[in-house]
Ligand binder design. Structure first.
Ligand SMILES: [Mg+2]
Length: 212
């Protein structure tokens, strides 16, 4: 009798598992396909807001120069090293060229001095990828007005060009700035967690969002 009950239970379980309430695995495939279609139709990237120290550069230039607002006396080698060497500078150049080709704007929102950021980018040949008004340093009108809240500067810039959440990225090594931007739901975020500048993986991730 006991054996009969066990057999009956097993039969029910087996039948239940194959019943219409539990469709075979193959039927769930269209959902996956739908998702990938959604990914493909996602709006392409239009603007990226980069932090400067330890995001574009690998070292913290502001701290390294003791908060100097003029770094023009520094040697060319200082700047090459600050950006991680010639090879990384060439990779950054390729990154910005790819973005420019896809008509993606590049802005900088940083707690470094605007003049220091401009001098640094000039010395490594990257200044041409940034418009003068696209660099917001600690002494910029916007960052001062928003009391250092980067996501508010970003939000204002996005509003002025009707750029939506998914069309913009904010990239920073500061978890605090990233978290504030995420909480405010301003735009997409990329945290440079190693705090040694954007890595190859980070650059490819951003380039993956470009229109084909
Ligand atoms: Mg930084």
């Amino acid at each position: 009798m006991r054996q009969a009950i066990i057999l009956l239970t097993v039969t029910f379980l087996f039948a239940g598992g194959c019943g219409p309430a539990d469709p075979p695995a193959t039927q769930s495939e269209p959902t996956k396909k739908d998702l990938s279609v959604e990914e493909k139709t996602q709006k392409p990237l239009r603007i990226v807001f980069y932090d400067f120290d330890q995001t574009l550069s690998v070292i913290h230039i502001f701290k390294e120069t003791n908060g100097a607002n003029d770094v023009s006396e520094k040697s060319d080698q200082f700047f090459v090293d600050a950006f991680g060497g010639e090879e990384r500078i060439a990779r950054l150049k390729k990154h910005f060229e790819r973005l420019a080709q896809a008509e993606v704007k590049c802005n900088i929102v940083s707690y470094g001095y605007t003049a220091v950021i401009k001098e640094s980018l000039t010395r490594v040949g990257l200044i041409g990828f940034f418009k003068t008004e696209a660099i917001f340093g600690r002494d910029s009108e916007a960052l001062t007005r928003f009391k250092g809240k980067k996501h508010k500067v970003i939000s204002e810039e996005m509003d002025s060009e009707s750029i939506s959440y998914e069309e913009a990225f904010f990239v920073d090594d500061s978890k605090k700035n990233i978290d504030e931007c995420e909480e405010a739901e301003t735009c997409r975020i990329l945290h440079v967690h190693e705090r040694r500048g954007l890595t190859e993986e980070d650059l490819l991730f951003l380039e993956g969002g470009l229109k084909k």
